[in-house]
Design a protein around this ligand. Structure first.
Ligand SMILES: [Zn+2]
Length: 323
């Protein structure tokens, strides 16, 4: 099988590390033996990706065309966490762009925190919620259609890079959007997280899988330097804040390939303290699913009212005031 060169280091030497995805379907996963980037052995074409997102992926999301209340509430809470992490490193009134804004909640959270926040998403069905109901500044636009004018103080890229054919292409374009010295926040699944059991790891939609070293190397080679890392190695998500330096440095961490293979081979069972954390994480998730059902609808109704979008409820009140 002829493999496309590694998007991080351009090497063509890969080692196959798995042949099933997390649902037991055939999926060849390979690791670059030079830099340790993990990806689908065969990177899908743009056409195959479009096909995938228009059919299979939609079913994974239960055919939802508009986001349900629980999804919205979780997106809002995630947005608040990200804003709490990133905001202290930004000047007030900074211009913030979220690429792949999804539902658009994070954009609205940043706006409410005092930033000039906007978001883009290529799909956009979910985006309509925050645009129409929360008055968020979000647009259906492709990243590559934004001109590289370096006029943003910060760009957010949350759970996007794992889906991309070429993360390098997107990082380089984003470098063209951010002011010198500006911030770039990236969040994606952490392949190194110890309780991601191997059989649960790989996902058809996740073309590239990152450990801390590969995400950092990629960003550095595209003109960024690591400013701050949030969370720890046990977190299921990598959360890294980079600063735009303009200096492209590809520093290959030569230990990363071996380290990543060893981490993935490490046999179960998990060490006790990790198992305990896994169990408590699962328990808090299970209990939160139940209470989410009860809270989410109320939460979203409050959000819509709070964000000042004209709704059926608020119109009569305004008319009363006018009269
Ligand atoms: Zn590589």
């Amino acid at each position: 099988m002829e493999l496309a060169p590694c998007d991080l280091c351009a090497s063509s030497e890969f080692q196959t590390i798995d042949n099933k995805d997390r649902h037991g379907q055939d999926l060849d996963t390979a690791i670059c033996t030079t830099c340790g980037l993990v990806r689908h052995a065969k990177v899908p074409t743009e056409l195959e990706l479009q096909e995938f997102y228009s059919t299979t992926y939609r079913e994974d999301y239960n055919g939802e065309r508009t986001p349900g209340p629980r999804r919205i509430m979780r997106a809002w809470n995630n947005g608040e966490r990200i804003c709490q992490q990133v905001a202290p490193l930004l000047q007030s009134n900074s211009r913030v762009l979220e690429v792949g804004a999804g539902i658009g909640c994070t954009v609205k959270v940043f706006e409410k925190a005092g930033f000039k926040a906007e978001g883009i998403d290529p799909g956009g069905e979910f985006l309509k919620f925050s645009r129409d109901k929360l008055n968020a500044n979000v647009q259906i636009t492709n990243l590559y259609d934004l001109p590289k004018q370096q006029d943003y103080d910060a760009v957010l890229l949350v759970h996007v890079i794992e889906h991309l054919r070429s993360p390098r292409e997107s990082f380089e374009h984003i470098a063209g959007l951010i002011k010198p010295g500006g911030m770039f926040y990236v969040e994606c699944p952490n392949l190194q997280a110890p309780f991601a059991r191997r059989s649960k790891l790989f996902h058809t939609a996740h073309i590239h899988n990152y450990v801390p070293a590969t995400l950092r190397m990629l960003a550095e080679s595209c003109g960024f330097r690591l400013r701050k890392r949030f969370g720890d190695d046990q977190d299921t998500n990598l959360q890294m804040l980079f600063q735009h330096s303009g200096e492209k440095q590809l520093n290959i961490d030569t230990d990363n390939y071996r380290r990543t293979v060893n981490d993935l081979d490490r046999s179960s069972p998990l060490p006790y303290h990790l198992r305990w954390r896994y169990v408590t994480d699962r328990l808090s998730k299970v209990s939160s699913y139940t209470s989410e059902h009860l809270r989410a609808k109320k939460f979203v109704a409050g959000l819509i009212q709070d964000c000042g979008a004209p709704t059926a409820d608020s119109q009569p009140r305004e008319r009363r005031r006018a009269a």
